[in-house]
Design a protein around this ligand. Structure first.
Ligand code: G6P
Ligand code: ZN
Length: 619
C-alpha cells in the first residue's frame, strides 16, 4: 500500500489516546552520498534513489533529513528545533518516507511532530499551517513532493524544507544543508517500535520517545481559515448558485484535490461534478501533474480549447471557469469557456481587479507587485497605471518571499498586501509564503462575481473571455508562450547557453541584421538581480534577447535552463510580443509568435547543438 490515500472522514476529538510506541534511540553509522544539492525547490531524485534500492543509497532519506535538521538547529542558535510539520503530496513513497522522517526527528529530540491525517497536504496548506497553527507556529515544514514532476515507480520523489514564516528555505540554508550531506558520518533514528497510524483521528498523538510525540493534525484547518481571510466566502457561496456559473477543477490526482473538495464543494456549495481527478493517487493516475496546455489536456478539452490555447467552440455544457493544480497544489492553470488565460495575463488581470478581492480591497489595493523576469510585461503596465511598486525577480518563489517579508524580517518598507506570480503557472500573495493554486481560482471566482454584479438574473453572464478581452483593449496584449525542451543532454544545453553569452550578449549583434522573416536582433543581456531587501546578488538568471519586427514592433526571447528537472537539462525559451492593435488580439499566442520562435531558435543554433527538432511542450 505504497503512498496510498484513503480519504478519512474528518472527526475532531480532543486527544484520543497517547500511544507509546516502545523504541530506542540509536546512532547509526553512515557515509556521505553524492548529489544531494537541493535545486529551486528542494531535492528531487528518482524514487528508487530515495528508497535506497542500491546499497549505496540505503540511508538516503536519513542522511538528507539528519543534515536538514542539523542545519535548522544551527540556524536556531544551536538548539534543536521543536515543532515541525511533515506532510507530502501523496506521491509514491509518501507514507513510508513520513515514517522514516518521524523516527529521525524524534531520535534527534524534535518535540512536536505534526503529521496531517492521511499524510497529504498541499504545499500552500503547509505554508499556512506553519504560520498559523494554534499553540504557536511551527518552526518548519518538511514537504515530501517533487511538485509537478510525475510520481510512481521510475518517477520522481522529492523533499523540501520551509522555514518559520512558511517560506521555502533560502540558498544559505540549502547550501549549508548540502555541505553537511558531504561530511555526514552518522544519523539518529529509532530502533524497534511500531509505525505511527497516519490515518488515526485528528489530535491522536503517538509518543515516540519520552520527549517527542507525533500528533495527527487536521490538514485543512489553517488553510481554510487563511482563504476565508482573503475572500468573501458568503458572497461566493451565493454566486455559486447563479445559473450558468459552472466551474471545473482538475486536481490532477495530486494534493490539491481534497482541498478543492473541501473549499469548492463543502464551503462554497459547488456541486461534486465541479471536481475532476480530485482523489490523490501515488502515480497521479499516470499523468504528468503539471497544469499547462499540454499536460492538462483533458481539462483543456473540456473547456472547449485546443492544445495551443485557441477555442474549438463551446456548448452550454462548457464550464464558465476551469482550473487545474499541480501535484502539490501550488501551481494553477486558469481557463474560461473557450479561453485559455496565460499565467502572466492572469496575474495582470488579478492586479487590475484588486477591488474584487477583499485581501487587497481592505487595504486599498496591493502595496507591491512582482513577477519573475521571464514572465510577460502584462503586470508591468498595470502596476504603472496603478502607480504601485513593481519588481522583476529571478525565477523562484523565494525572491517574492523576501519582498513580502521585508517588514517582519527587516523592519523596512511594508509591501503587504503583496501580489506576485510567474509564467510557470504560479500566482499568489502574502497570505502565505508559497504560490497557491486554489487561491488563484478563488481570485478568478471573485473577479467574475464582481464583473457580473450588475448583470440581472437570466441575462448572459460576463465571461472569462470578456474579462480578458476587455483587459487587452485597455492595456494592449502581451502575446506570450513558452517552448520547453526536456531531458536535453546537459553539455549540449550548456554549450548553447555559452554560445548565446559569447555571441549575442557579449558580442556585437548590430551586424546580424534580419533574415527572411524580417525579424532583427537588437540586443542581448544576462539577467542578474540585486535583492532590494537584503542586498544579495543573484546572477546568471536568464539570457534576454531583444528583437524588432519589420514594422518596428518590439519582441523578446528569453533562454533559461530549468532548475527543477531531474534528468539532463530542460531548456526553456520564453517568447513575448506586445500588440496594441485590438483587431489583432484574437490570434492564438503560439501562432502569433511562431516567426519569432523560428528566428530565435535559428540564431542560438538550438537544433544543431541539441539535435532537437521540436520542443517537448509548448504552453
Ligand atoms: C518551481 C518554483 C517556482 C519556479 C519554478 C521554475 O515551481 O517553486 O518558483 O518558478 O519552479 O521552474 P524551472 O523548472 O523553470 O526552474
Ligand atoms: Zn508545485
Amino acid at each position: 500500500s505504497t503512498g496510498a490515500f484513503s480519504p478519512q472522514p474528518f472527526v475532531v476529538r480532543k486527544h484520543v489516546s497517547d500511544t507509546c510506541l516502545s523504541s530506542a534511540v540509536a546512532e547509526i553509522t553512515t557515509s556521505p552520498i553524492a548529489g544531494m544539492k537541493p535545486g529551486t525547490s528542494g531535492l528531487r531524485k528518482k524514487v528508487e534513489v530515495w528508497q535506497g534500492v542500491d546499497d549505496a543509497n540505503k540511508y538516503y532519506v536519513e542522511n538528507f533529513i539528519q543534515s536538514l535538521i542539523d542545519t535548522a538547529a544551527e540556524n536556531n542558535g544551536g538548539k534543536m528545533i521543536d515543532t515541525v510539520i511533515v506532510a507530502g503530496d501523496g506521491r509514491y513513497f509518501n507514507n513510508e518516507a513520513i515514517q522514516i522522517i518521524c523516527k529521525v526527528l524524534a531520535a534527534n529530540g524534535v518535540k512536536s511532530i505534526w503529521v496531517p491525517q492521511g499524510g497529504i497536504m498541499s504545499t500552500p496548506a503547509v505554508s499556512a499551517a506553519i504560520r498559523m497553527r494554534e499553540g504557536g507556529a511551527a518552526q518548519g515544514g518538511i514537504i515530501l513532493t517533487a511538485s509537478h514532476n510525475p510520481g510512481g515507480p521510475g518517477e520522481d520523489f522529492g523533499i523540501k524544507y520551509n522555514e518559520e514564516y512558511g517560506q521555502p528555505a533560502g540558498e544559505d540554508f540549502t547550501d549549508a544543508l548540502y555541505e553537511k550531506t558531504t561530511t555526514i558520518s552518522s544519523f539518529k533514528s529509532l530502533e524497534g517500535g511500531d509505525d505511527i497510524d497516519i490515518g488515526a483521528e485528528v489530535n491522536t498523538s503517538f509518543q515516540l520517545t519520552e520527549e517527542s510525540a507525533v500528533t495527527i493534525i487536521d490538514p485543512f484547518a489553517e488553510y481554510v481559515e487563511v482563504l476565508k481571510s482573503c475572500f468573501d466566502f458568503d458572497a461566493m457561496r451565493a454566486f455559486a448558485q447563479r445559473p450558468g456559473f459552472t466551474i471545473l477543477f482538475d486536481g490532477m490526482h495530486g494534493a490539491g484535490g481534497p482541498f478543492a473538495k473541501r473549499i469548492l464543494v463543502e464551503e462554497l456549495g459547488f456541486p461534486e461534478s465541479s471536481l475532476m481527478r480530485c482523489d490523490p493517487k501515488p502515480d497521479f493516475g499516470k499523468c504528468h501533474p503539471d497544469p499547462n496546455l499540454t499536460y492538462a489536456a483533458e481539462l483543456v478539452k473540456k473547456m472547449g480549447l485546443d492544445s495551443d490555447g485557441s477555442s474549438l467552440g463551446c456548448t452550454d455544457a462548457t464550464p464558465a471557469l476551469g482550473a487545474a493544480n499541480d501535484g502539490d497544489g501550488d501551481r494553477n492553470l486558469i481557463a474560461g469557456a473557450g479561453c485559455f488565460v496565460t499565467p502572466s495575463d492572469s496575474l495582470a488581470i488579478i492586479c487590475d481587479n484588486w477591488k474584487a478581492i477583499p485581501h487587497f480591497s481592505k487595504a486599498g489595493g496591493p502595496k507591491g507587485v512582482a513577477r519573475s523576469m521571464p514572465s510577460s510585461a502584462a503586470l508591468d503596465v498595470v502596476a504603472e497605471a496603478l502607480d504601485i511598486p513593481f519588481f522583476s525577480t529571478p525565477t523562484g518563489w523565494k525572491f517574492f518571499g523576501n519582498l513580502m517579508g521585508s517588514k517582519e524580517q527587516f523592519d523596512q518598507r511594508d509591501y503587504t498586501p503583496f501580489l506576485c506570480g510567474e509564467e510557470s503557472f504560479g500566482t499568489g500573495s502574502d497570505h502565505i509564503r508559497e504560490k497557491d493554486g486554489l487561491w488563484a481560482m478563488l481570485a478568478w471566482v471573485s473577479i467574475l462575481m464582481d464583473a457580473n454584479k450588475d448583470v440581472a438574473e437570466g441575462e448572459p453572464l460576463v465571461s472569462v473571455q470578456d474579462v480578458v478581452s476587455n483587459h487587452w483593449s485597455k492595456y494592449g496584449r502581451h502575446f506570450y508562450c513558452r517552448y520547453d525542451y526536456e531531458a536535453v543532454d546537459s553539455d549540449a544545453a550548456n554549450k548553447m547557453m555559452d554560445l548565446i553569452r559569447t555571441e549575442l550578449v557579449a558580442g556585437d549583434v548590430s551586424s546580424i541584421g534580419a533574415d527572411d522573416s524580417g525579424i532583427k536582433i537588437v540586443s542581448g543581456e544576462e539577467f542578474s538581480y540585486i535583492d532590494p531587501v537584503d542586498g544579495s546578488t543573484t546572477s546568471k538568471q536568464g539570457l534576454i534577447l531583444q528583437f524588432e519586427f519589420e514594422n518596428g514592433d518590439p519582441a523578446r526571447a528569453v533562454f533559461r535552463l530549468s532548475g527543477t528537472g531531474s534528468a539532463g537539462a530542460t531548456i526553456r525559451m520564453y517568447l513575448e510580443k506586445f500588440e496594441k492593435d485590438e483587431s489583432k488580439h484574437g490570434e492564438a499566442a503560439p501562432v502569433a509568435l511562431r516567426s519569432l520562435a523560428d528566428r530565435a531558435i535559428g540564431l542560438v543554433q538550438l537544433k544543431q547543438i541539441t539535435g532537437r527538432d521540436a520542443p517537448t511542450v509548448i504552453t
